[in-house]
Design a protein around this ligand. Structure first.
Ligand code: CTP
Length: 445
């Protein structure tokens, strides 16, 4: 596990540095943050201090209450010059986002604020994740600053192409995703991340922190299916896909290879996961079935229509001449139930149940048994402020042996609780795939 010294400079993308710090902490790294004056205008100290558990520094002349120690380390009994101490102790120095201004100042070797001074003093690898407007990124001045920094050994995590902060602008300059930046930091730290290892043992340390779902293939379904009524109308539901995306992100963060079968999801997928877009229950079934054989874990978060119009019209149904319209609905295939029935030993299958009001737990238990699942995640869609379009949820993770209530929390925390349940069902954290017994519960008949 490594010590990451993170400089955050000014830019809208500074909010992504918060996510980077969260991911780094979750992977076991300790992080200290230095804010530039512009950086502090975008994200406050309290956010980083809350996540890192350590004071944030922004001014060369302020005293560091931790005296240059990283979280988990003893505070020195003398008062060192904090930025020199941090520069000395860190395993990697990162600047995320690195603004055009910071790149220029680092390229020149200026030492006129805390971050630039620290960068001059640090001997650890330097990782820079630039973010700026595409014209600034393409400017010859920026290009030559980046080239100079690279020539001196800095690692540049190249910005992506996509929509930029200014409304309607699109181009190169968008900060790389936090997972990609963390991977670059871990590569840069290499063996140096293992500060507790005996001298000489560094070569044996992997270049990244091992994670609990390394090597596992996780298939997630997300969103809600749409069943055509005619050429333009459909029968659908209110699922946004947020829960499925949170599960995918959490699984990827734990090292899994993740595929999302996304039914009409209008939100961005987390980086590093494969997305297969579908619309109808039949398409979702085909796409999920195709990938299920290869998967170790299926998380069936999509709201799949139970019925579809039996005879959708190829053209648009006109209202003229009608005083009503009756749709005949026919059942769709229960994707989850049929895949659970076909699974091979070692596959973990988790369903989701949106239940309304009282008796939900009993109905979820009945579904768990009837569909032959390892777990079912129950959420009460009657409760106000949670569920479909909301960022929060409150669920009960039901397995054959227990029902664990996860109190109302943002969906990424609910996702973490679901993945924790999956890990414990698979019988342990490391080497889960090989250690897992056949998890099929006895069907209730
Ligand atoms: N599911 C599925 N295929 C369907 C319908 C649902 O795979 N055709 C999956 C969903 O993805 C979810 C679980 O089954 O994981 C939900 O179970 P379901 O029996 O459909 O329950 P609900 O739709 O929540 O409720 P109801 O009891 O009204 O059917």
């Amino acid at each position: 596990m490594g010590r990451i010294l993170l400089g955050v400079s000014g830019g809208i993308a500074a909010y992504k540095a918060v996510e980077l710090v969260r991911l780094a902490g979750r992977s076991g790294h300790s992080v200290r943050v230095i804010l530039t004056p512009a950086g502090e205008r975008f994200v406050g100290r309290a956010t980083f201090e809350g996540i890192t558990g350590a004071p944030v520094l922004a001014d060369t002349f302020e005293l560091d209450p931790s005296r240059g120690a990283f979280p988990g380390e003893a505070t020195p009994d003398h008062e060192p010059i904090a930025h020199l101490e941090l520069a000395e102790r860190c395993d990697v120095l990162a600047v995320v986002p690195a603004s055009a201004n910071v790149l220029a100042r680092l390229a020149l070797g200026l030492a006129d604020d805390l971050l630039s001074t620290t960068a001059l003093a640090a001997t650890a690898p330097l990782v820079l994740a630039p973010a700026m407007n595409d014209r600034m990124w393409d400017h010859p001045a920026t290009r030559s600053n980046v080239a100079a920094l690279e020539a001196r050994g800095a690692v540049i995590v190249a910005p992506g192409t996509g929509s930029l902060a200014s409304r309607g602008e699109w181009g190169a300059g968008r900060l790389a995703e936090p997972e990609e930046i963390l991977a670059a930091l871990e590569r840069a730290m290499g063996g140096a991340g293992a500060r507790d290892a005996a001298p000489g043992a560094l070569a044996a340390v992997p270049a990244y922190a091992p994670r609990s779902l390394d090597g596992l293939r996780v298939l997630v379904t997300a969103g809600g299916t749409r069943e055509p009524i005619d050429a333009v109308r459909y029968v659908g539901n209110r699922s946004s896909g947020r829960m499925g995306l949170a599960l995918a992100e959490e699984a990827a963060g734990r090292g899994a290879e993740v595929t999302i079968v996304a039914a009409n999801v209008g939100l961005d997928a987390p980086s590093g996961v494969r997305v297969v877009a579908v619309e109808t229950a039949a398409e979702l079934e085909r796409a999920t079935r195709l990938r299920f054989t290869e998967a170790d874990v299926l998380l069936m978060a999509a709201a799949v229509a139970d019925f579809r119009p039996g005879a959708p019209e190829a053209s648009k149904i006109a209202k003229a001449g009608r005083d009503g319209l009756t749709l005949e609905l026919v059942p769709t295939v229960d994707v989850l139930g049929s895949l659970a029935a076909e699974r091979r030993p070692g596959q973990t299958v988790v369903g989701f149940a949106a239940e309304h009001g009282e008796g939900g737990l009993d109905r979820a238990r009945e579904k768990l048994a009837r569909k032959g699942l390892d777990a079912i995640v129950l959420n009460d869609v009657a409760a106000p402020g949670i569920g479909f379009e909301s960022g929060d949820n409150e669920v009960t993770v039901v397995t054959p042996s227990e029902a664990r209530v996860v109190a109302r929390a943002p969906k990424h925390e609910i996702a973490a609780a679901v993945l924790d349940a999956v890990e414990s069902l698979r019988g342990g954290v490391d080497g889960a795939a090989s250690a897992a017994p056949d998890p099929r519960p006895e069907p209730l008949r």
